[in-house]
Write a protein that binds this ligand. Structure first.
Ligand SMILES: Nc1ncnc2c1ncn2[C@@H]1O[C@H](COP(=O)(O)OP(=O)(O)O)[C@@H](O)[C@H]1O
Ligand SMILES: [Mg+2]
Length: 222
């Protein structure tokens, strides 16, 4: 699978371009990190990739299909997206329900689904919190819940906006391992992050945004 961004420009206000004719191709077999200063447009680019924002000009293609001709649901089945603020993707009144909802939204009813929910709750150390009201979780716990809700649908590609924010050292490590395991299964990754240790450990490719354009695009591993 690949995501192709072709000459995409975007601004929140008329005459104020945040991204200026950006072109790039994200491939499933490259662990891609997107970095850049605060306000450089990383979150904006992430939202464009998953169709939450629409380009002012240019196009985005997922496996050759224009995202402007796909519904958010269709895109969401293929690409799991983690918001920079995890509370934006938490909707239910308990941790357990959150994962079930995520499955229902995708109409998935196979027999292994409950196993997967339990497995993910365990993996993200959320089982003890299964009946908790998500609103009262810590930032890191919300982050883990949001990640679990994304992974329960087994997307082919992940776009993660600052996934290590709010996680302690141990849980950052757990997340790295988990993402490596996802990659080994063939899941593609575009991760927005400043976390040096995380980048050094995981990135195959680093894209730097600056002033609305791609300042550099480098491959870190042969
Ligand atoms: N909803 C919005 N409305 C208007 N301006 C916005 C909005 N979201 C972000 N911006 C502006 O767009 C620019 C890029 O923001 P963002 O994509 O969040 O950057 P980053 O994630 O790299 O910090 C910033 O100048 C920010 O203030
Ligand atoms: Mg951001």
């Amino acid at each position: 699978m690949f995501i192709h961004v072709s000459e995409v420009s975007f601004g929140y206000k008329k005459g104020e371009e945040i991204l200026k004719a950006i072109s790039l191709t994200l491939r499933q077999n490259q662990f891609t990190v997107i970095r850049g200063d605060n306000g450089s447009g990383k979150t904006t680019l992430g939202k464009l990739l998953v169709g939450i924002l629409k380009p002012d000009s240019g196009s985005i293609f997922i496996d050759g299909r224009k995202t402007s001709q796909m519904s958010l649901g269709e895109i969401g089945k293929q690409i799991g997206y983690l918001f920079q603020e995890p509370e934006r993707q938490i909707f239910t009144s308990t941790v357990g329900e959150e994962l079930s909802l995520s499955l229902e939204l995708n109409n998935e009813k196979d027999s292994s689904q409950q196993d997967r929910v339990t497995e993910l709750l365990e993996l993200f150390q959320l089982l003890p919190l299964i009946n908790q009201f998500p609103f009262f979780l810590s930032r890191g716990e919300k982050q883990r819940l949001a990640m679990a809700s994304i992974l329960v649908n087994q997307p082919k590609f992940l776009v993660l906006d600052e996934p290590t924010t709010g996680l302690d050292q141990v849980r950052r490590r757990v997340l790295s391992e988990l993402l490596l395991a996802q990659r080994a299964k063939g899941v593609g990754m575009a991760v927005i992050t400043h976390d040096e240790e995380f980048i050094n450990r995981l990135a195959d490719r680093i894209i730097v945004l600056e002033g609305g354009v791609i300042k550099s695009d480098t491959f870190t591993k042969a």
